[in-house]
Write a protein that binds this ligand. Structure first.
Ligand code: ATP
Ligand code: MG
Length: 250
């Protein structure tokens, strides 16, 4: 039991959710390690949403509103930390939800499907019953995608994705949005729009931005997407991290 007045309460609460998710089969062992890497980068951004992350959130919201076939890809860490928020975001866009796992097993797919259903999701793609299509350039079960989901999507939100898969998806011409605390990861660099923030803060910010932009002229939304420069935004994110540790931003 973690006390609310503990200075690391929020972080420890997330850690407890991750441990529990591992116990009940949502998360593979490596999912816990990925969370630890995320924690380290969250420390470096003072566990706060930056103005650069907000810029990326706005571009992501515009791209999702413009999309003809948007899909949100859900892995173990996402299902462990933000199942209800993901369902809310999908309804708000609206978008399909697809379970997509790096270490795919039928058992883990079933557990995550249950978690998403309990969170209110109705149509879930990528389940064991769903028709699969192979993503070129990947091998084994991690090459699977849903024939009616990621495979035909124009815009894909892939939080905490692996770099290989991000590269394979951009080669298929998809507009990729990712949420990744590590601005140096291959996924962060490969994606069109990278939100460098913790998924627990990024998803509520995305929901808010979508509500704010919903009635905006599509031409204006296009301009927001076109004007977003991911490389520049990642560079500024890194510069701000280093300023934090030279006292300039104190
Ligand atoms: P790549 O293959 O793209 O170079 P990686 O090898 O770092 O990336 P993984 O080890 O698969 O990728 O880890 C997934 C990423 O998710 C990590 O970069 C980590 O920083 C990030 N991450 C972990 N937890 C969170 C979280 N709660 N919110 C946002 N990002 C997170
Ligand atoms: Mg990786």
């Amino acid at each position: 039991m973690i006390h609310k007045d503990h200075p690391r309460y929020e972080s420890l609460k997330l850690r407890a959710m991750i441990v529990n998710a591992h116990k009940i089969g949502i998360l593979a062992d490596s999912g816990m390690i990925a969370h630890g890497r995320g924690e380290a980068f969250d420390y470096l951004i003072s566990e706060k949403t930056s103005s650069n992350a907000i810029k990326a959130v706005k571009a992501a919201a515009a791209a999702l509103l413009l999309a003809e076939n948007p899909v949100i890809s859900v892995n173990g860490n996402t299902a462990a930390l933000v199942p209800e928020k993901i369902v809310k975001l999908a309804k708000e866009i609206p978008s399909q939800i697809e379970i997509n796992l790096f270490y795919r097993t039928d058992k883990r797919i079933n557990v995550i499907e249950k978690v998403l259903k309990n969170a209110g999701a109705e149509n879930i793609l990528g389940t064991n019953q769903d028709e699969k299509a192979i993503i070129k350039g990947l091998d084994g079960p991690r090459s699977y995608s849903s024939k009616n989901g990621i495979y035909i999507a124009d815009v894909v939100l892939i939080p905490l994705e692996d770099g290989d898969r991000a590269e394979a998806l951009t080669k298929l011409g998809k507009l990729l949005i990712t949420i990744d605390l590590n601005p140096l990861s291959r996924t962060a660099k490969t994606s069109n729009i990278t939100i460098v923030d913790n998924i627990v803060r990024a998803i509520p910010n995305l929901i808010k931005a979508i509500k704010e932009l919903r009635d905006t002229d599509p031409l204006v939304l296009h301009v927001i997407v076109e004007n977003f420069d991911n490389k520049e935004n990642l560079q500024k994110t890194l510069e701000n991290i280093s300023k934090n540790y030279t006292g300039v931003n104190k």
